[in-house]
Design a protein around this ligand. Sequence first.
Ligand code: DGL
Length: 281
Amino acid sequence: MIKQESKNLHSKFHGKFQPIGVFDSGLGGLTVVRAIQKKLPLETIVYFGDTARIPYGNKSPEVIIKYSQQIIRFLETKNVKYIVVACNTSTAWALKHLMRTSNVPVLGVINPGACKAVKTTKNGRIGVIGTLGTVNSHAYQKSIQQISSKIVLKEIPCPLFVPLVEEGMYSGNIVCHIAKNYLRQLIQFRIDTLVLGCTHYPLLKSVLQKVVGKGVTIIDSADETAAVLKIKLEEFGLLSHQKRADNYFVSDFLTQQFQRLAQQFLRQKIQHIQKIDIDKY
Ligand code: DGL
């Protein structure tokens, strides 16, 4: 990865003050933006949410790769110095392709989350929850077992969690009941660490913690990704010292729902949002 990054960095000059591109299948990736804003307050962000084509979680790898490549081409037109793939499903299926084809270095959310989980577990039993696509790719399993082959892992798809979050349902009996059903196998498997392998799941964290119990540490890859991004930018002398206005782009736009969701994920109102035709890229 370092090799690819340095190749890209040398092939094209990337100035410190260029923005960081972040993308997701929708607005869930704003949890990663929030983590970056906290960790790197002087960086400027260009965000793209593929709100017209969400969800990616139940789409084929070919389609996810095609969509992700289009988004990378769009972000490159914004002169970004680094791209963060905030979407777990996109990271799972497209990251390798994007790293090969992008003109700027690309960072996904899976490796940072996997590293943190390995550092956290004491009994070597980790659970991962994500979309169908992420779980079917076994990207977390590969990543975790590359770090430590002794760790045992169970991955469970939780397809109902994304629509629940999109509907603003983060707690209550229905959510709790569904969470208990999904997580039962992980509790029986005696995990001590649970990775939230999806942009939307951090919003369900308190319910999930209640269901798995206090003895299980929950890992949110957003914070870890921001921490790795900081290390990479430092390593390449690309840290910015001057913040400019962040820019938000989407492929579809429904004013009320958009603002509600954006506020939930980012914990602040987004002032300027532009709709673009992603099919042009
Ligand atoms: N952003 C997706 C992920 O993190 C969840 C939503 C979707 O299915 O597109 O996997």
